[in-house]
Design a protein around this ligand. Sequence first.
Ligand code: SAH
Length: 271
Amino acid sequence: MPVADVPVTDMPVPDVPLPHRPLGILAALPQELGDLIEAMRAESGVRTVTHGQRDYHLGTVHGAPCVVTLARIGKVAAAATVSALIHVFDVQAVIFTGVAGGVGAQVRVGDIVVANELVQHDLDASPLFPRFEVPLLGVSRFAANAALANALAAACERFVTEEGAVVAARFGTREPRVHRGLIVSGDRFVASAAAVIALRDALPDALAVEMEGAAIAQVCYEYGVPCAVVRTISDTADDHAPASFVSFLTEIAGAYSNAILKRFLEAKRVS
Ligand code: SAH
């Protein structure tokens, strides 16, 4: 039966009307979620809980019980949001979807990167701790959950096989490729060739740069919650990045997110 579509303000421990522990799905910006909340509204209805200045949307979408929310931008915002997903909404796992700057030599606008590992590229407490290592935790690279990352990558591959040519023609990009590897995160929009060179020097295997993923991976690691991150490349983190980011976000990001999440969640229903 559809749950009531009633906003509830500042309710710290919601009565989650879901049959199983839900999946947490988050993005930084609304365009990165595509039509996910509308699809949930049509499928089960949506119950919205406001907590810590964020709206958490509860319901079932593509057959999977989910809590969907926006983190906003940056590592602190992402860490705060994922903490609430874990503590208030008791999610069984966390999926982050969004756009990123391409850093790997083979990574182009319109490609997709699924993280195997995530690192905070702006974290540096050296010489007390090795560069990139989270002090007192002893970890610099946080692993994505392998099963979730494999399932996300499989959803991306199905999307590319089924719709890649159409997407490329529609958006004027090349046919998307799916990459797996290191995503780096920091509180900085990277937008210069020099900054990309510096990132490649410091982290030669970095495929993409963004501002939230490694923060989410750290919180999930500390609480033992599986997580995975998928990023569509909106720009190549160089001088063209601001314009490329804005046009990709406005025109394309939602279509990718819809296509990937639909396939991922539908497969989850039968698995
Ligand atoms: N001026 C923009 C800010 C965008 S920040 C605005 O007002 O909306 C960029 C967002 O997209 C972040 O959430 C980050 O995770 C991702 N991103 C895309 N390209 C990026 C890049 N080149 N460097 C860092 N983050 C990037």
